[in-house]
Design a protein around this ligand. Structure first.
Ligand code: ATP
Ligand code: MG
Length: 140
């Protein structure tokens, strides 16, 4: 096991319902440390770039609209096996399939408005972190 970093976003459905603290508690209770965090309003260009892998999918346009519909909290989480650990804490993409106790089971509204993003590999984590944070903003 190695200490690793992953990139996380608390999405607009969650900031709108004032759930930032409850979601952060899930990360911390499960052994992840928030080593960088800021609240931003994503631009259309940022959201399009961030979800570029999905640009051929039918939900892409709506997803970009949703991600720019309100504030988000972008974060770097650090811990043992952080990428996989965070995916487990988040739960399945569709909250209907998410395990009990996961963020998406407890808080997500729908498959789109599913409260959180987490990187799906260490390589993507590095790339996503660099889109939103300078090295000097991450304090481990
Ligand atoms: P994320 O990348 O946000 O952490 P994920 O890796 O679990 O989520 P992806 O397959 O990468 O899921 O999809 C990215 C996001 O696109 C999802 O989190 C969700 O907000 C949205 N999405 C995925 N599938 C659908 C769908 N069938 N309909 C509407 N929105 C969807
Ligand atoms: Mg994904």
């Amino acid at each position: 096991m190695v200490t690793q970093r992953t990139f996380s976003i608390i999405k607009p459905d969650a900031t709108r319902r004032n759930l930032t603290g409850k979601i952060n508690a899930k990360f911390e209770e499960n052994g992840l440390r928030i080593v960088a965090q800021k609240r931003i309003r994503m631009t259309k260009e940022q959201a399009e770039q961030f979800y570029a892998v999905h640009k051929e999918r039918p939900f892409y346009g709506d997803l970009v609209k949703f991600m720019t519909s309100g504030p988000v909290v972008v974060q770097v989480l650090e811990g043992e096996d952080a990428v996989a650990a965070n995916r487990k804490i988040m739960g399945a993409t569709n909250p209907a399939n998410a395990d009990a106790g996961t963020i998406r089971k407890e808080f997500a509204e729908s498959i789109e408005a599913n409260s959180v993003h987490g990187s799906d590999s260490p390589e993507n984590a590095k790339m996503e972190i660099s889109l939103f944070f300078k090295d000097s903003e991450i304090v481990g």
